[in-house]
Design a protein around this ligand. Structure first.
Ligand code: HEC
Length: 137
């Protein structure tokens, strides 16, 4: 027993003990959105990767989607649909700086949800979106 425990490094333990399918994409900003989503909706269960993927390509009332600027895959270098400026990949697998600065993430969710969907995203949507983008290998 004792030797088993010593072999089990803390992080490895946490990763295997977690039964949630999203434990593989753990991120402190995602945890904040999870707490916010619980506040928003008492019946909140967890974020959905599939819903996040759907949101990524959902075309809003202005004929713009997240994919319009971030391309079909969050791993690609994007291009701003209006200014043509290059946008570094959104997926941390391609760009490790992503989803590390909460105020930056929140600022861009605010602006981009408005651009694409003409409304703010809910905490559920932000978490779904992040879960998808974090999962892209
Ligand atoms: C009109 C172009 C455009 C659209 C549409 C767009 N984005 Fe973005 N997005 C940007 C730009 C520009 C940046 C910031 C530049 C950068 O960080 O490289 C950015 C950055 C982000 C970031 C910051 C991530 C980080 O950690 O740096 C998030 C989150 C994000 N976008 C989410 C979304 C979501 C969700 C949608 C769809 C609802 C969306 N974007 C649609 C242009 C766009």
């Amino acid at each position: 027993m004792k030797s088993n425990l010593s072999l089990c490094k803390l992080l490895a333990c946490l990763a295997t003990v977690g039964t949630l399918p999203l434990s593989a994409v753990a991120n402190p900003i995602l945890d904040d959105y999870r707490a916010a989503a619980r506040q928003e909706k008492a019946a909140f269960q967890d974020f959905s990767l599939a819903a996040g993927q759907k949101l990524y390509s959902t075309v809003g009332p202005n004929q713009v989607s997240c994919a319009s600027c971030h391309t079909d895959s969050p791993k690609n270098v994007g291009k701003h649909a209006k200014t043509n400026k290059l946008i570094e990949p959104l997926a941390p697998s391609a760009n490790p700086k992503r989803f590390t600065d909460a105020s930056q993430v929140e600022k861009w969710f605010k602006r981009n949800c408005n651009d694409a969907l003409a409304r703010a995203c809910t905490a559920q949507e932000k978490g779904d979106f992040m879960s998808y983008v974090l999962s892209v290998k």
